[in-house]
Design a protein around this ligand. Structure first.
Ligand SMILES: [Zn+2]
Length: 250
């Protein structure tokens, strides 16, 4: 009944098959063809291989793809874990390390600079000046140790401002130290984030460039195999119908 259909010989065992029971090497993907050629170096693209023998190469192909993907993912994951665990620097607690290293002099200079830069200081200072001038200028209490134009007051003010300037500078140096430590912390954190980001990029690239195409290829193979199964089913049904017709003729 189907003698007139085209046949071909399987390159593995030389058995004869119908064309829909296998594939020519030219119909296979390059990787699959190379796999077959690996085992049968003499195979040409015009050679035929039956589905049963092809299955072995298909499974090997899928296995190789899955293994390669797994290995690559594991490699990237290991890298990411290492990067996340690496503690080759530590974030310094700026407040703590600064307050621990404070000397008494620095504490005093901080307090003085803090008080010197407040409204309270201005009010108190203005009151002192006013009192001094009233006492000496109007002789309110009957004493005048520093008469107009208040030369002693002038001397006191000069001394205070001469001392205040270096104290404020000391305090400013310490705030510069704090800024430097902050910047150092930021730098380390940025560096680590960038490293992690790069690994994440590699992971994403691997996913889109390898794993998804591989999944699609495996799906394509499944569809091929499904098609073959449907073809075989159709053939079986045809045969059954013909046998039934023959049976009813008799
Ligand atoms: Zn075969």
């Amino acid at each position: 009944m189907s003698d007139e259909r085209m046949t071909a010989n399987c390159l593995v065992d030389g058995d004869t098959f119908f064309l829909d029971e296998g594939m020519y090497l030219s119909e296979l993907s390059t990787t699959m063809r190379n796999r077959v050629k690996n085992d049968y170096p003499k195979a040409k693209v015009t050679d035929f291989i039956c589905n049963r023998h092809l299955l072995k190469y298909r499974l090997a192909n899928v296995d190789a793809m899955i293994n390669a993907d797994l290995k690559q993912s594991q490699k990237i994951n290991r890298k990411l874990t290492r990067a996340l665990q690496s503690d080759d620097y530590e974030i310094t607690d700026v407040n703590e390390s600064l307050s621990n290293s404070l000397t008494t002099g620095q504490k005093v200079s901080d307090a003085v600079a803090h008080f010197g830069g407040s409204w309270g200081f201005i009010f108190i200072f203005a009151m002192v000046l006013l009192t001094w001038m009233l006492v000496n200028g109007l002789q309110v209490l009957g004493i005048h140790f520093d008469p107009y134009p208040y030369i002693l007051l002038n001397l006191c003010l000069s001394c205070i401002s001469a001392l205040q300037a270096p104290i404020i500078m000391m305090s400013q140096n310490r705030s510069a130290d704090r800024d430097r430590m902050d910047a150092e912390n930021d730098y380390h954190v940025n560096q680590k984030s960038e490293h992690e980001l790069r690994i994440l990029h590699a992971k994403l690239d691997h996913l889109t460039q390898n794993q998804i195409p591989h999944t699609l290829e495996i799906e394509r193979m499944q569809i091929e195999i499904l098609g073959e199964i449907r073809g075989e089913l159709n053939e079986l049904r045809d045969r059954q119908e013909k046998m039934a017709e023959r049976g009813s003729e008799k």
